[in-house]
Design a protein around this ligand. Sequence first.
Ligand code: SF4
Length: 352
Amino acid sequence: MIERIFITEEASKYPYSFEICEKANIKPEIIPDEDYYRHNIENFLKDEVKEGKTHLVLTVFKGDFFRKCPGTRGKICCNYYVIDQTTNCPYDCSYCFLQSYLNFRAIRFAVNIGDLFEELDNVLKGGRFIRIGTGELSDSLALEPITGFASKLVDFFENYPNAMLELKTKSDNVYSLPDLKGRKAKVVVGWTIAPQKIIDNEEKLVASLKERLDASKHVAQKGYLVSFHLDPVIFYPDAEEMYIEMLEQVFALHEKLAWLSLAGFRYEPKLKWYVENRFEKSLLLDGEFIKCSDGKFRYFFPERVRFYKKIAEFVLEKSPRTPLYFCMEDRAVWDIVFPKDYLKEQKMGLLF
Ligand code: SF4
């Protein structure tokens, strides 16, 4: 995982930077700024994507941490806000858009979390209901054992019971999270899951499906809400059976989820090079794809609908109170897959 930690001169004024190095048991390298890393370290890496994921740059972020999830053009969007405090991730997934999206290869972690909390306070003190996650440009818990950041965030949300924080992960780094029983913070731990065969071929360094499910049981006992994301759904041979079997395991543990999302694999053309050159075992690009209105490639519409219908039928029967929704899908898909007025059902009020 993390092999080198760099601290920018500005971040070296924050004791938090050194706490992280101590927990990681890594001697930090002080650098003038992020540009120094880019020109003097990153430029000399043999495999910048792979090696960048083993480098942690502790820095001070000057922009806005908080923003609305941009969604994608022409698709139905759920009301979600994101916190961009960490960028990039030590895990390595074939389908990860960060491979072609990022132009800074190390994991960038902002240590000025006091500024983040101040910004969040301004947004949340108004009292309106809001769903927020940290897992848009990183994995929310991948670095938890050395940063403890999610735990600090959970404690911060204690003062804002109107908000719902989601920590999205493919790890099982939940055992150090604070106990939430009897507390006011509303926190959801959300696992992105896939059948183990897909994890084996497409995701590196992550927790196994069983480890993720065990962790979900643990946090539920500690007073957290639990969500799952089938994102991206990848059409392997026998995908339907594999996904249903996995969902059987999910609902054997949880009668109702905070939410469950479904999103088919989609990609921008730039991602192809990374999949073909970095993931020997990947079957990701074996399917047939069509270019959609947002410029991304997706599985053909009838295939997506057929698959989603199977999953939706299963979930709506097994756990009728779980809000099931699509991430970045056409209205037409919603209309075909879900019963009429599904979006108006009470359980969906939380999301839309
Ligand atoms: S866990 Fe998420 S952020 Fe990390 S490599 Fe995989 S897809 Fe990307």
